[in-house]
Design a protein around this ligand. Structure first.
Ligand SMILES: Cc1cc2nc3c(=O)[nH]c(=O)nc-3n(C[C@H](O)[C@H](O)[C@H](O)COP(=O)(O)OP(=O)(O)OC[C@H]3O[C@@H](n4cnc5c(N)ncnc54)[C@H](O)[C@@H]3O)c2cc1C
Length: 385
């Protein structure tokens, strides 16, 4: 058991329910199985929905828990610490669709959002395209108004749940620079989906491409005002990046704590590993970095909860959390020696899963671009970075 002082992360108001879910659904074991035989974890998604552990932040009128940001972040951090990114990201899934909750019509919300919160329906996010990833300003997928409908054309790529999602939030150009977001059922005529090559980690997301050819979408499926999607996306990315940071720090903390325990008992050269400074010092540094990153995340969450604008801080937090967690997990792999590198222990899977955080939701370089956009506002960053 580690002797370090208590973690600065507050105890989630759902702590008891999360602990029960982790143990009754055997989430750590399932995370390993899902990694080895990747399929979308339908049963766990349903079970989390039944326990009202999807949509922690979602308004109660839509079936969510309506937790404050800090409480939701502490909950996701705890879930990630107990079982890795898989179920924490599932729990966060409705947050990725908050545009639908905040800006969809009552009909759309009833049709898509409630079942999503209940774990009965999966909604993807289609932003990235073959020619527009980091640079979301270069989208080519277009939505052309035709009377009461839009005609959607183009290809989205790199998308999670490419072949599994029931619907997707699709970002498409509606003018020279204007972009709108639409809820697009994936069973419509003209939608062709394909699974990409297997990923390094988080394989259960089963990423791939979706081609839209003359897909007819009712105008009522547009979210928010015409051409206003980037403003909405910016708001959504701020929340997402902070909550993702909480998840990555939870995973990093799990590997850190297991390593602190292990190096206290494993001996080499006649003494515990911890007494070799080359082992103890990096772990001391991980402790400081994990705590400091959390405190940074917590401060930004607090400002956002009070209505502040923290787009740049959220970007920096996502970058910092992925890097701090990856370093801690890398030390765990190293200090567990040969077994650390093997799938006998969870560290290698955690490393592969957290590694996605450096690219998804905007590559980490773009997070710095966002920060420079705050320091020198005239170098205006794009919606993603
Ligand atoms: C696990 C995972 C899940 C994902 N899920 C989804 C999803 O559900 N929906 C979706 O739409 N997309 C999704 N993505 C795609 C992701 O958002 C894009 O991969 C990301 O935005 C980068 O775009 P790109 O792949 O086209 O890389 P590019 O834009 O080609 O960039 C490649 C690399 O170049 C560097 N780079 C780019 N621009 C700059 C710059 N200005 N300064 C410095 N360096 C730069 C970065 O290192 C970047 O990683 C997912 C990706 C991953 C890994």
């Amino acid at each position: 058991m580690t002797a370090r002082p208590e973690s600065p992360v507050p105890v989630s108001s759902l702590a008891a329910e999360l602990t029960a879910a982790v143990s009754e659904l055997q989430l750590p074991r399932r995370a390993t199985e899902i990694d080895r035989s990747p399929a979308f974890p339908t049963a766990e998604f349903r079970a989390l929905g039944e326990r009202r552990l999807l949509g922690l932040r979602t308004a109660a009128r839509h079936g969510g828990r309506e937790l404050g940001l800090l409480d939701a972040a502490a909950s996701l951090h705890a879930l990630a610490q107990a079982s890795g990114t898989t179920f924490a990201k599932l729990s966060l899934q409705p947050e990725f669709c908050s545009l639908l909750a905040d800006h969809g019509s009552e009909e759309l919300r009833a049709r898509y959002f409630r079942p999503l919160i209940e774990g009965r329906l999966l909604v993807g996010n289609h932003v990235t395209e073959p020619g527009a990833g980091s640079d979301v300003g270069s989208l080519a997928v277009s939505a052309t108004r035709e009377g009461p409908e839009y005609l959607l054309n183009g290809t989205k790529s790199e998308a999670a749940f490419a072949v599994d999602a029931d619907a997707a939030l699709v970002y498409a150009k509606v003018g020279e620079r204007a972009v709108s977001a639409f809820v697009v059922p994936q069973t419509l005529d003209g939608v062709t989906r394909s699974l990409g090559a297997p990923d390094l980690g988080e394989r259960w997301m089963r990423r791939g491409s979706v081609e839209y050819v003359n897909v007819r979408i009712p105008a009522s499926h547009r979210l928010g005002s015409e051409g206003g999607a980037f403003d909405l996306l910016k708001h959504e990315l701020t929340r997402e990046r902070l909550l993702l940071a909480a998840i990555y720090l939870g995973v990093g903390l799990a590997s850190f704590e297991e390593t602190v325990d292990y190096v206290g008992v494993r001996e080499a050269f006649g003494r515990p590993l911890r007494s070799h400074q080359a082992v103890g010092f990096p772990l001391a540094e991980d402790w400081a970095r994990l705590d400091a990153a959390w405190l940074y995340v917590e401060r930004a969450l607090g400002r956002l909860d009070r209505g502040g604008e923290v787009f740049a801080e959220a970007a920096l937090a996502k970058r910092m959390a992925t890097e701090v967690a990856l370093t801690a997990i890398d030390h765990a792999i190293q200090f567990h020696g040969g077994r650390g590198y093997s799938s006998a222990l969870p560290h290698e899977r955690r490393w592969r899963d957290v590694r996605s955080g450096g690219i998804a939701h905007g590559p980490n370089e773009l997070m710095l671009r966002t920060a420079t956009g705050r320091l020198w506002p005239r170098d205006r960053p794009s919606a993603s970075g």
